[in-house]
Design a protein around this ligand. Structure first.
Ligand code: G3P
Ligand code: MG
Length: 360
């Protein structure tokens, strides 16, 4: 039933369609690859009557480690090479805003230990500090801080304060936050220690960037940036889990209780227009890479996602086709989604077959 096109083993020649795949709940659930994922990618890598590669990118609100390392892990998990030119995670977009903050002290949050600092440094943030640096600067900083969440369980907990071991202190840069005004805050990935992270953001914003300083408004407003709005997402557990969007809601509720109003913030990640515009450019570049020539006209793009609030809402607003699958957040038993997809499919393989049959 598929029209026979000339085979083109080097890649797609003006493929009539392209895909953007969400990861959590579509290709992977927690530590497991969703069975339909490998079958879907096999179709796109050429295992179809068209005998040509059909372009695709991965577009996730996940993150926390560098793009190269995540692509290495995904290639191993999915059994197909995932190139960095095919991969966008929640904070990849920060690469286009880093210039303004490259040389000034910024706070970076999310994930575990030093991973996010390393990602920030790889983007060009030269003075990126974490809440653990603050804790190392002054161990009395967060009496309720649970360092276990940062895999630092070897630190003896002496109530009311944790003693950071010498190597923990050594692993964080000696920095005096009482003389280092933080000029922007970037929540790269989902925070693990909401108490410490909320405390640090509140201190920075209330004291004009000087942690522990008197409460005052800074001369230049401190930018607060979140990279993933997901209230919930789907991992191994039977029910969706709270995501970075839930941390943002919790932080803003605390900040409002402290100051009377939430703090104005910048939001990236699906479904924001900024992220989908960024993704469209990445897809355009990927098409050009595969076809060996600039793309004149974008093909039909199909976003395959599990979360109506991020994947379907964003794709619809971007003018892409959207396919909502049932292997992640969305459960048909909960009734119709708030954002109507172009098509419902059981899983990512069914979504790919639907789109190919529709376009070819
Ligand atoms: O932290 C990841 C989660 O928010 C969802 O990721 O791949 O479903 O966009 P994804
Ligand atoms: Mg998802």
């Amino acid at each position: 039933r598929w029209i026979q096109l000339p085979s083109n083993p080097e890649g797609s020649r003006d493929a009539p369609l392209a895909f953007a795949f969400d990861i959590d709940g579509v290709l992977i659930r927690g530590s497991n690859v969703i069975p339909a994922a490998k079958r879907a990618l096999s179709i796109l890598e050429g295992n179809n009557p068209l005998k040509t590669k059909i372009p695709y990118i991965l577009l996730t609100n996940g993150g926390g480690i560098g793009e190269a390392e995540r692509c290495r892990r995904l290639s191993k998990e999915l059994d197909f090479e995932i190139k960095e030119t095919q991969y966008i995670q929640a904070h990849t977009i920060l690469k286009i805003v880093v210039e303004k903050y490259a040389d000034v002290p910024v706070l970076v949050l999310g994930g575990l230990n030093d991973d996010v600092r390393k990602v920030a440094q790889s983007y060009g943030f030269k003075r990126a500090y974490t809440p653990l640096d603050v804790k190392a600067w002054n161990p009395t900083y967060g009496p309720l801080t649970l360092l276990e969440a940062h895999n630092l369980t070897h630190i003896p907990s002496v109530w009311p304060f944790y003693d950071l071991t010498a190597d923990e202190l050594a692993s964080t840069r000696p920095i005096d936050f009482s003389t280092t005004p933080i000029q922007a805050i970037f929540v790269f990935h989902d925070p693990r220690n909401w108490a410490l992270d909320t405390q640090v953001i509140c201190d920075v914003l209330q004291s004009g960037g000087i942690i522990g300083g008197p409460y005052r408004k800074p001369d230049i407003p401190i930018e607060l940036v979140f990279c993933n709005p997901d209230l919930i997402w789907r991992a191994d557990f039977e029910r969706p889990r709270l995501g970075q969007g839930a941390f943002r809601e919790a932080f803003q509720a605390v900040y409002k209780a402290l100051t009377g109003a939430p703090y104005p913030h910048v939001q990236y990640g699906k479904p924001t227009t900024a992220t989908y515009k960024f993704a469209e450019q990445v897809l355009r570049d990927r098409l050009a890479e595969m076809q060996g020539k600039p793309v004149k006209e974008m093909p039909q793009v199909y976003m395959v996602g599990d979360n109506p609030e991020s994947d379907i809402a964003g794709a619809n607003a971007a003018g892409w086709n959207s396919v909502l699958v049932q292997t992640g957040v969305y459960d048909p038993a909960d009734g119709p989604p708030r954002h109507t997809p172009t098509h419902h499919a059981e899983d990512v393989e069914a979504a790919v077959r639907y789109a190919i049959e529709r376009e070819i």
